[in-house]
Design a protein around this ligand. Structure first.
Ligand code: MLT
Length: 404
């Protein structure tokens, strides 16, 4: 008789955003006349920029002719895209990352879930709390997290680094020494970040204790402050301790197109073992390359026209962020984030739990957000709103919340 991977049975509930989607669908079905405004999952709403659409059309046409048709993509990514990434995201910022250290993928969610596969089963992970749920859930599936305590909503073998208003959402170094440290900066869900000097301390810490940092930079395009690093490789010594994950979803609206990349520097080693070689082996075995059309779209992100159009798109969402943040502040809410990230993180009013506030907002304002406790126990009492909505909807949502 076959047996299943028991680790999956340990996962409590369904994936956060699936749970929310189900709740929202049930509400909408029961109340078909209500116009819901969805500021829950961080999904973009603006169309793909013209320069990118043009590149995609061109690539589609190439697929229609035998001379320019492409089959399997190179498993680690086309050179034209890897070179554009190396040039624009790294060399232009003074980071010494070469094109062959960049692994193109179908998005940062897959990479952030898969990357743990190249590490030992008994490694200890450390995560910020609250945190993007994929990091913990994927380690649960791999059997790395120990047992779940429903009372505290924590795993026995995970080191939690609380990030709350009390520590300005800056994680402290953990008391126990981790092997793998997940950092998402600017942060999802809190929308806050740390300075480059503080990030340098994390890099120094990881090198000192022999830990690897898995650095999720999905929201990098939203950084507005000078003293915040756009890549962990801006920090001295990061190439010997850090893997960086990047997404095209939030900076270029590719949530439905799917494209991302992971940087594994050649200097990153465990003894004599190269993590770069391991990830190349894993990628080559389990992934057949992102589609040609999508990689051409990715290349266009770095064209002059693409850059200008995306700057406007990011500004559009950040205007939403400022609108929500200022509007809620004026209405007496305690609000965080929204300066270097498209997320607003607020304290729930009247000591409501995160899920109580979720239901309250859904039912009375018909606005969907994300309960903070879904991201970890320290997210209890907080709530996340995304700035990725259309401006008109954002304004309306704000009005509805303010008039509660
Ligand atoms: C979020 O809402 O946290 C993200 O959009 C989810 C994701 O990127 O997978």
């Amino acid at each position: 008789m076959f047996r299943v991977n028991d680790n999956y049975q340990k996962l409590p509930g369904s994936y956060l955003f699936s749970t929310i989607a189900k709740k929202v669908s049930a509400y909408q079905e029961a109340n078909p006349d209500r116009k819901l405004i969805r500021l829950g999952i961080g999904d973009v709403t603006q169309p793909i920029a013209p320069a990118i659409i043009e590149a995609m059309h061109k690539a589609v046409d190439e697929m229609s002719r035998a001379e320019t048709f492409r089959g399997y993509a190179p498993d680690l990514g086309y050179d034209f895209l890897r070179n554009a990434i190396a040039e624009n995201d790294y060399k232009a910022r003074g980071c010494d990352i070469s094109a062959d250290e960049i692994f193109v993928s179908d998005g940062a969610k897959s990479d952030s879930g898969n990357i743990q596969e190249i590490f030992a089963a008994d490694n200890r992970i450390a995560v910020c709390d609250p945190v993007y749920p994929v990091y913990v859930d994927s380690n649960v599936m791999a059997g790395r997290t120990g047992t779940y305590d429903p009372a505290t909503e924590t795993w026995s073998n995970v080191i939690y680094m609380p990030c709350t208003k009390e520590n300005q959402f800056v994680p402290d170094f953990p008391k126990e020494t981790p092997d793998m440290i997940y950092l998402c900066l600017p942060n999802n869900p809190t929308g806050t970040t740390i300075t480059k000097a503080q990030l340098q301390e994390w890099v120094d810490y990881a090198n000192r204790v022999g830990a690897v940092i898995i650095y999720d930079g999905a929201y990098e395009a939203y950084i507005s402050e000078e003293n915040v690093a756009h890549s962990i490789y801006e920090c001295e010594g990061a190439k010997t301790c850090a893997i960086e994950l990047k997404s095209f979803s939030k900076n270029a609206g590719f949530t439905g197109v799917r494209l991302g990349y992971t940087v594994v520097p050649k200097e990153l080693k465990c003894g004599d073992v190269s993590l770069h070689a391991m990830w190349a082996r894993r990628h080559g075995t389990k992934f057949n390359g992102a589609p040609y059309i999508v990689q051409r779209a990715g290349e266009a992100v770095y064209s002059e026209a693409g850059k200008a159009q995306l700057k406007d798109q990011v500004a559009y969402y950040m205007k939403n962020a400022a609108t929500i943040k200022n509007g809620l502040k004026e209405a007496g809410y305690e609000v965080f984030g929204g300066v270097n990230a498209p997320y607003i993180w607020l304290k729930t009013p009247d000591r409501m739990t995160s899920w109580e506030f979720f239901d309250y907002l859904l039912e009375t304002a018909n606005v969907v957000g994300t309960p903070g406790s879904g991201f970890g126990p320290s997210g209890e009492g907080y709530f996340r709103l995304t700035a990725f909505g259309a401006y008109e909807n954002t304004l309306e949502a704000l009005e509805r919340i303010r008039s509660l």
